[in-house]
Design a protein around this ligand. Structure first.
Ligand code: SF4
Length: 213
């Protein structure tokens, strides 16, 4: 990333942090994925249970292998063998001490916008785990609520559909979201988290690097 872009993102992250704090979120500014991983690993108490949702950013950070390596107790749907077991583990992850996830979009005023398929990720963000560690690149700060929802639906969701190798949806056949209601649809729940009831329950790692979709 160019230096001027890094500088702009850093300035915007400081501004956004103040707005997130007003909404009872706890912002942590990180320069890159490695910085975010280091801070998150230091944050997570080693005797607690960690769950996580599907996320390119969390995967790219490489934090899951590190947590395993230090003996952290994990609730991991990727280690299941049947759809039933996977679903059960996703339910169990809602009782974890910490839940790791990413965010699809964030407004300049600090609202969190997500689109989810099964809904386990937004469920955990809303209620369940004692603390949610949410990782988001500053490139996902899109503007006002309307723009952010539009970007999440028109840009992030179709990219996810291609990543997940869907077959029949309009975003695959035409390359654009068709607001579908198909069996394959991954856009089943669209959420706006405008404030946390419990102060500092949702820790938002603002990453000054272009990562994620
Ligand atoms: S076409 Fe359907 S699956 Fe694809 S982005 Fe739109 S709502 Fe989501």
């Amino acid at each position: 990333m160019e230096e001027y872009q890094t500088n702009r993102y850093n300035a915007a992250a400081v501004t956004l942090s103040k707005k997130l704090t007003r909404r009872n979120f706890l912002p942590v500014i990180c320069q890159n994925l490695a910085d975010a991983k280091e801070k998150a690993l230091a944050w997570i108490e080693q005797d607690k249970i960690v769950g996580f949702g599907g996320s390119i950013t969390v995967e790219a950070m490489g934090i899951i292998p590190d947590l395993y390596a230090r003996g952290q107790k994990m609730i991991d749907r990727e280690r299941t063998t049947t759809p039933e077991e996977r679903y059960q583990v996703m339910r169990e992850a809602l009782t974890a001490d910490y839940f790791l996830t990413s965010l699809n979009g964030i407004t300049e005023d600090g609202e969190l916008v997500n689109v989810d398929s099964v809904g386990n990720r937004v469920a955990a963000l809303t209620f369940g785990p004692n603390q949610v560690l949410a990782f988001v690149s500053m490139k996902k700060v899109y503007g006002n609520l309307e723009t952010t929802m539009e970007m999440v639906r028109r840009q992030t969701a179709p990219l996810n559909a291609w990543r997940l190798n869907l077959q029949q949806t309009p975003c695959i056949k035409k390359g654009l979201c068709g607001d579908c209601l198909q069996a394959e649809c991954i856009c089943n729940t669209l959420t706006i988290t405008r404030r946390s009831m419990v102060k500092d329950r949702i820790v938002i790692f603002l990453i000054v690097e272009n990562v994620g979709l």
